[in-house]
Design a protein around this ligand. Structure first.
Ligand code: ZN
Length: 648
C-alpha cells in the first residue's frame, strides 16, 4: 500500500516557541514577508523593479503598460501568498490578510473568460499560449498558483483564490492532455505535479488528479514533446550541445525508466516530489520504485554533507556520481528545499527515518545558510569552500558569492525559504488516527486528536545545541495512542524514559514507538548524546579525500577566516582532536562553537620566491581552531570559509 500513512499536522494546531526556529519564523514574518511585498510592487529604492504586481494590473486592465520582467514573474506573488498563508495559520494578522486579499483581487481580475491566467501571454499575444511549454513557465506559474491557493484556502477558508486557481487548472485540462485535439505537453519546469495532487485533496475533482498523473506519465515519452515543440519554434535549444540535452528537464526518457537524478536540480526534486505524490495517490508501485531509486542515487552519491544538491553552475544541475566540488558548487537554496519536499512525501508513504534524517540535514545546514541572521540577505549558491579572491577573479567561481545578496528583481530562493520556514511546524510533526510522529525536535505547544480524544503536548528543548527533549502530555480524558520519536541517524547513544522510568520500546525504521494509555501530566524524556564527530566522505569524492567535516548533532561546522586567519587550506585538524564545546550567547544570535588544538603548515619552510622545491617532509606549528555552525557563516566579516579540513 502506497497510500500516505501519515499527514502533516495542521499549522494552526502548532505553536512553536523555540529559541532556534522561532527566531527564523519571526524574521520571515516581520522582515521577509513585508519586504517582499514592497519588492513585488517595485517600491524598494535602489533595487531592480520586479514588475510582478504591475504585470497583473496591466493584464487586468487596471493600468496601461506592457509585460516586463522574467517570463515566470507571476510566480513570485504566488510564492509570497503561500508564505503569507502559512504565517497567518500560526500568527493571525488582519492587516496582512487584507493586503493578501487585495493582491488576490488583482490576480483574479486578470483571469481570462476560459480561466487562462498567465500575464506573459495575456500581454504578449494570447494566441501564442501553450506553444513553448519547455521554456516559458506557464505551467510552472500554474503550479505555484495552485500551491498558494490551497494554502490560502486552508489558512483563511476564503474561496476566491482557490476558485481562480481551479479556473486556470481546468483551462489547462481542456487544452493539454492525452486526448485527441489536446497538446500532449507537460511542464518545462516542474511543480504543478505535486500542487495538483494537493488541490485534488481539497476539491476531490478527479480531473485534478488525472492532470497530475498525465504530466508524470507523459513526461519523456517518445516522440519527445519538447523536441517537436522546438521544431515548430525554430529549433532553438540551449542544451543541445550539453551532456544532459532533454534530461536537463528530466524529459529525455519516461520517468519510470529514470534511475538517477539528472539535469536542473530544482526542477528534478520538484518532479520527484510530484512522482511520490502521484505514486501514493494512484497506488503506482513502479512509479514509487523509480522514486526510491532516484532518492538513493541522490543521498548515496550526489548530496553534499550539508544536504545541498546540484554540483554544477552550468545548468544549475546534477553532474555525475561523487562529483561534489566544494568551491565551484551551485547548491541552490531552492534545491535543498526541494529535497525536503521530496523527503517529506517519501516519509509519509514509508514512515522511515532515512527520509526525515535527510530533511533534518538540509534544514539545519544547506537551507538556513541561504538567509542572513537578520533575514535581509540571501544566498542562491551555498558553497562549502570560499576564497574571496577566487570569487572575484575566477570566471568559473563568479557565481559563488562571499556575502549574501539583497533580494532583487529575479527571486526564487528568498520566497522559497519564506514559505518553508513559515510552515516548519508541519515538517516537525505528522500524524495518523492514533499516532503522532515527532520528526524534528522543536520546542512549543501542539494539539492533536488521537485515540478519539483531544491531547495537548508541550515540548521543551535546546536542540540543536543540546540533545535533551522533554515532552509533557495534557489531556482531559485518558487516551490510548502512540507517540513515535525519530532517533536521528547521527545519534549513536540515546535513552528514553516515560515518567522517569526507563523502558525498552520497539524501534522500527528509526522511530521509537511508545504505545500506551496516556494521562494528564505524563512526561517523555529523550536524551541524545551529542559528541563532536569527524565525518569522512566516500573516497570517490575526489575533493574531500584526506579531509574531514566536523559535525555535532545535526549541525555541520566550518572554519572562517575571522576566527582562524586566511589560507585555510594550510590548516590541519589533529587525528583525535579534543573539542571545547561552548554555547556563546552573543555570537551569531547564539551558537555552540567548537574549539580545538590544530596545526598550520609552518611558513618558515617557504619564502616568497619559491613556488616548487624538493619535498623533505612538512613542518607545522600549533594553532587553536575555532569552528562555527556552517549555516551562520559570513554574518560577520566576509572572508575565507571551509567545511572540509585536512587531517594530520
Ligand atoms: Zn532558488
Amino acid at each position: 500500500m502506497l497510500e500516505k500513512k501519515v499527514n502533516m499536522l495542521p499549522l494552526d494546531d502548532i505553536d512553536i516557541q523555540d529559541d532556534f526556529w522561532k527566531e527564523f519564523m519571526e524574521l520571515v514574518r516581520c522582515h521577509v514577508i513585508p519586504y517582499q511585498w514592497e519588492a513585488l510592487n517595485d517600491r524598494i529604492e535602489g533595487a531592480d523593479p520586479s514588475f510582478c504586481m504591475q504585470n497583473f494590473k496591466v493584464a487586468a486592465g487596471l493600468q496601461d503598460g506592457k509585460f516586463q520582467g522574467m517570463v515566470f514573474q507571476d510566480s513570485d506573488v504566488y510564492k509570497w501568498l503561500e508564505a503569507v498563508a502559512y504565517s497567518l495559520m500560526w500568527h493571525p494578522d488582519g492587516e496582512l490578510e487584507i493586503t493578501a486579499d487585495g493582491a488576490i483581487d488583482i490576480i483574479a481580475a486578470a483571469q481570462q473568460v476560459d480561466g487562462y491566467l498567465d500575464t506573459y501571454y495575456i500581454l504578449n499575444g494570447i494566441e501564442k499560449r501553450f506553444t513553448n511549454l519547455m521554456d516559458h513557465h506557464e505551467l510552472y506559474c500554474l503550479g505555484h498558483m495552485v500551491e498558494a491557493a490551497v494554502a490560502y484556502y486552508k489558512a483563511t477558508g476564503k474561496r476566491k483564490f482557490l476558485d481562480t486557481a481551479v479556473g486556470y487548472v481546468n483551462c489547462v485540462y481542456e487544452n493539454i492532455g492525452i486526448e485527441p485535439g489536446k497538446k500532449q505537453g507537460y511542464p518545462g519546469h516542474e511543480v504543478a505535479e505535486m500542487a495538483l495532487v494537493g488541490l485534488y485533496g481539497i476539491t476531490g475533482d478527479e480531473r485534478h488528479l488525472k492532470l497530475a498523473k498525465y504530466f508524470i506519465d507523459q513526461r519523456g515519452q517518445s516522440p519527445l514533446y519538447f523536441a517537436e515543440e522546438r521544431e515548430k519554434n525554430g529549433n532553438y535549444f540551449h542544451w543541445a550541445n550539453s551532456y544532459f540535452k532533454d534530461q536537463y528537464y528530466q524529459a529525455g526518457k519516461p520517468v519510470r525508466e529514470q534511475d538517477r537524478a539528472e539535469g536542473h536540480a530544482v526542477r528534478a526534486v520538484y518532479l520527484y516530489t510530484g512522482m511520490a505524490e502521484v505514486a501514493s495517490a494512484t497506488e503506482d508501485k513502479k512509479l514509487f520504485t523509480a522514486c526510491e531509486r532516484i532518492w538513493n542515487n541522490i543521498v548515496e552519491k550526489q548530496m553534499y554533507v550539508t544536504g545541498a544538491i546540484g554540483a554544477s553552475e552550468y545548468g544549475e544541475a546534477f553532474t555525475f556520481d561523487y562529483d561534489l566540488p566544494n568551491d565551484t558548487v551551485y547548491a541552490e537554496t531552492c534545491a535543498a528545499i526541494g529535497l525536503i519536499f521530496f523527503a517529506r512525501r517519501m516519509f509519509e508513504i514509508t514512515k522511515d527515518s532515512r527520509y526525515t534524517d535527510v530533511m533534518e540535514r538540509c534544514l539545519y545546514n544547506g537551507v538556513i545558510s541561504g538567509m542572513s541572521l537578520d533575514g535581509k540577505k540571501f544566498f542562491y549558491v551555498n558553497p562549502l569552500e570560499v576564497v574571496p579572491e577566487a570569487s572575484e577573479k575566477d570566471f568559473f567561481k563568479k557565481h559563488v558569492k562571499v556575502e549574501r545578496q539583497k533580494w532583487f528583481g529575479c527571486a526564487c530562493c528568498p520566497p522559497n525559504i519564506a514559505r518553508l520556514l513559515s510552515s516548519i511546524g508541519g515538517y516537525a510533526y505528522e500524524m495518523d488516527a492514533d499516532s503522532i510522529f515527532m520528526n524534528l525536535f522543536i520546542g512549543g505547544d501542539l494539539k492533536a486528536v488521537l485515540g478519539g480524544n483531544e491531547n495537548a503536548f508541550h515540548v521543551k528543548t535546546d536542540y540543536p545545541w543540546d540533545g535533551n527533549v522533554k515532552i509533557s502530555v495534557a489531556n482531559q480524558k485518558k487516551s490510548r495512542f502512540t507517540y513515535a520519536v525519530r532517533v536521528p541517524g547521527w545519534c549513536s547513544t540515546w535513552s528514553l524514559s516515560v515518567n522517569g522510568k526507563m523502558d525498552t520500546y520497539p524501534v522500527e525504521n528509526g522511530y521509537v514507538y511508545i504505545k500506551r494509555e496516556w494521562s494528564n501530566g505524563d512526561e517523555i524524556c529523550i536524551n541524545m548524546e551529542m559528541p563532536v564527530k569527524l565525518i569522512a566522505a566516500n573516497p570517490r569524492v575526489r575533493e574531500d579525500i584526506g579531509k574531514v567535516a566536523v559535525m555535532r548533532g545535526p549541525v555541520v561546522y566550518c572554519l572562517e577566516e575571522e576566527d582562524n586567519g586566511d589560507q585555510l587550506q594550510e590548516i590541519y585538524i589533529k587525528k583525535q582532536p579534543i573539542f571545547d564545546v561552548k554555547y556563546e550567547k552573543d555570537l551569531l544570535e547564539g551558537v555552540v562553537t567548537l574549539t580545538t588544538d590544530g596545526l598550520r603548515l609552518s611558513e618558515d619552510d617557504w619564502d616568497e620566491k619559491t613556488l616548487y622545491k624538493e619535498y623533505k617532509g612538512r613542518n607545522f606549528k600549533e594553532q587553536k581552531l575555532k569552528f562555527i555552525p556552517y549555516y551562520a557563516w559570513t554574518n560577520r566579516m566576509p572572508g575565507e570559509m571551509s567545511v572540509w579540513i585536512r587531517v594530520e
